[in-house]
Design a protein around this ligand. Structure first.
Ligand code: FO1
Length: 313
């Protein structure tokens, strides 16, 4: 069995721990297609937050409280940068984390594709699933606010997503192509799972890569999503503010409708909601209730089992 997961960063990483656990018990193969819209260039380095969150989390190197960056991190370089007034202070680069960005930037500078760089970094971290960026081309989520357009990370971290937001733009996505291996993985998938990641700034930038959405909906595999909203609130992060910015209700039904039924030109063959959202209906999509709190790998693996049951995979 080959499972393909569309995932963002912190929530996606936690979900992938469960997918990996489920897959290991059954000898299944897992490919994660990870969002690159959060990526940014800073101090001459290319930083890929979602790929790193997934890689560090599955490689057991992430700080469990933050959910991003490295455990046992130190911040000497960050302090030295601040001493030079070389911000931005709202984006903390840890000393251990910097090594990842240095290796990645050196390899990208030498002409390697991001998918190849990710594979090289994963040789150290051994995540146990194949990590692919959605695209090997540079794509960045920028946010149009009243004062102009700012990078997603500035909006997210410096402004805590609290600036009135007109829209999100995925800069460069029109020229982007699915990364090497993405289309093959989707063509070979027995099921595609949409992780309970932020639908607006994690899943949407993946699907916006030309050809990727069609490869998901046009492929043989059933597509099942898991709601990132439980009881009207995001499990983590600020998906509520992102959904508000695009006029989508912050509910399990709202996100299910946003993704839509594959039978009606959307994505979904199934939608999982938490019992707190019992009675959720999504036009044209079978909805299954199951606990969606990723309290540990076992709980998350059970979510995966139910999702695949709904998928009939
Ligand atoms: N998140 C924070 O809340 N504060 C930070 O200073 C911060 C720095 C950072 C550096 C590298 C990296 O890969 C991730 C980092 N994150 C930080 C998390 C990041 O903003 C998020 O992981 C996603 O981009 C949004 O989900």
């Amino acid at each position: 069995m080959h499972l393909v997961v569309l995932a963002g960063g912190i929530g996606g990483a936690r979900f992938l721990l469960g997918v990996r656990s489920y897959a290991r018990e059954r000898g299944a193969e897992v490919t994660a297609i990870v969002n690159v819209g959060d990526d940014l260039s800073l101090h001459g380095l290319r930083i890929c937050p979602d790929l790193d969150s997934v890689m560090y989390t599955l490689g057991d190197g992430t700080d469990p409280d933050r959910g991003w960056g490295r455990r046992d991190e130190t911040w000497t370089v960050k302090a030295e940068l601040a001493a030079y007034g070389a911000g931005p202070e709202w984006f903390g680069l840890g000393d251990r984390d910097l090594a990842t960005h240095l290796v990645r930037s050196t390899m990208l500078g030498a002409g390697h594709r991001l998918s190849a760089v990710t594979e090289a970094l994963c040789a150290r971290w051994q995540p146990g699933v194949r990590l692919l960026p959605a695209t090997d081309d540079p794509v960045e989520t920028h946010v149009v606010v009243e004062e102009g357009t700012i990078h997603f990370q500035q909006w997210w971290l410096r402004h805590r997503a609290a600036l009135p937001t007109q829209r999100f733009v995925f800069v460069g996505v029109e020229q982007a192509k699915p990364a090497a291996g993405v289309l093959d993985a989707l063509a070979a998938a027995d099921a595609v799972l949409i992780a309970p990641s932020n639908p607006v700034v994690s899943i949407a930038p993946i699907l916006a890569v030309p050809g990727l959405r069609d490869a998901v909906t046009g492929g043989p595999a059933p597509v099942v999503g898991l709601s990132p909203i439980i009881g009207g609130a995001p499990v983590r992060g600020m998906a509520d503010r992102c959904l508000a910015a695009v006029g989508v209700p912050c509910t399990a039904a709202g996100v299910g409708d946003l993704y839509g039924a594959r039978s009606r030109g959307g994505l979904l063959d199934g939608w999982l909601v938490d019992p707190a959202d019992s009675g959720t209906a999504v036009a044209g999509v079978p909805v299954r209730e199951t606990p969606l709190w990723m309290t540990d790998e076992r709980a998350t693996a059970e979510m995966v089992r139910v999702a695949l049951e709904v998928a009939g995979a």
